[in-house]
Design a protein around this ligand. Structure first.
Ligand code: FAD
Length: 290
């Protein structure tokens, strides 16, 4: 199908973009990489009066790293740009996740922040942003605000962003020393959306797990943490109990079935993706890689 008619706006500054969104009476949509929005337009799932394209705003394409642990991604940083950065800096969790997203063409156009704003419960970056305690930097008619990624998702494909607001960047805190991090997912074929996925950051204290942070996608109406799994690991020796801790994920999930996987299938693969992510994170913690 063809999209319904709409106007196209190409601001070159953030104030211009926010003014356009604020002046649209809720009838404007932000266009980032278009990898989700254009198909939605074609299927007439949305019908905005105007698309506000962020591509011409240079500052939004920036990746800023403080050299220690804080990484800030402008709203137009693509999956491929982050994948290149992560591979150059040996950030294993980020390369794990980026490699699973669609195909090279999708990764070249689609953005990390657009993926969060889209609110897909199975999006890889949501698990990563949650496990790294991500914060969205937001601007709108009432000024700037920050919101933790843990408060962004409100339901499948639904977020707490108010109509004319836009996310300008995502800030994450990369794992520290003695930590290992990993992402694992199950998908029908390479490039297909994940049926279920898990991200884990494990910090060791000698041979014991000092802290564990585990997040899930495709296993609840929104991306979520796995507090029961985290509790089952924390304070225990790293060498034992990964499978038992992963089985505890049953208490952390409330999967919905869809064409990609039934509720029952998602329940069965949940411990599998958690086990893989935990094993890989623990191995990397031993090597000092995250
Ligand atoms: C064939 C194919 C395979 C794919 N496979 C995967 C996959 O495996 N995993 C995965 O996670 N994704 C997948 N995607 C989706 C892809 O990653 C998208 O790029 C992503 O979901 C949205 O990013 P975008 O930059 O394209 O956003 P757009 O499509 O431009 O926008 C998506 C939505 O977010 C809003 N939005 C975008 N940016 C902002 C912002 N800064 N502030 C506020 N609102 C904003 C838009 O208004 C729109 O509602 C796939 C897409 C295709 C076409």
């Amino acid at each position: 199908m063809k999209p319904p008619p709409f106007r196209y706006a190409a601001p070159t500054t953030l104030p211009e973009a926010t003014a356009m969104l604020a002046g649209s009476d809720g009838r404007a949509l932000v266009l980032a990489g278009g990898q989700s929005l254009i198909p939605m337009l074609r299927h007439r799932l949305v019908g905005p009066d105007v698309l506000v394209d962020l591509r011409g705003i240079d500052a939004l394409h920036r990746i800023s790293f403080d050299g220690l642990r804080t990484l800030r991604l402008g709203a137009m940083v693509t999956h491929a740009a982050l994948e290149r950065w992560a591979s150059a800096h040996d950030k294993a969790l980020l390369t794990d996740a980026a490699a699973q997203i669609g195909h090279p063409s999708v990764r070249t156009m689609g953005t990390v922040v657009g993926s969060l704003a889209h609110g897909d419960p199975a999006a890889e970056w949501s698990a990563v942003a949650l496990v790294l305690a991500g914060v969205c930097n937001i601007t709108g008619p009432d000024g700037d605000r920050e919101i933790g990624v843990d408060r962004l998702f409100t339901g499948p494909f639904s977020t707490s962003l108010a109509g004319p607001e836009l996310i300008t960047s995502l800030t994450v805190v990369l794992p520290g020393p003695r930590a290992g991090a990993a992402f694992s997912e199950v998908a029908p074929r390479p490039g297909d959306p994940a049926v279920a996925g898990a991200a884990a950051v494990i910090t060791l204290d000698g041979q014991d797990v000092r802290s564990a942070r585990v997040t899930l996608i495709g296993l609840a109406p929104t991306p979520c943490r796995a507090p029961t799994v985290e509790a089952a690991l924390t304070g225990r020796p790293a060498s034992v109990g990964v499978e038992a801790a992963a089985q505890a994920v049953e208490d952390d999930i409330s999967p919905l079935g869809d064409i990609h996987g039934s509720e029952d299938y998602r329940r069965r693969v949940a411990p599998v993706v958690v086990t893989r992510a935990l094993r890989s994170a623990l191995a990397r913690a031993g090597e000092g890689r995250s």
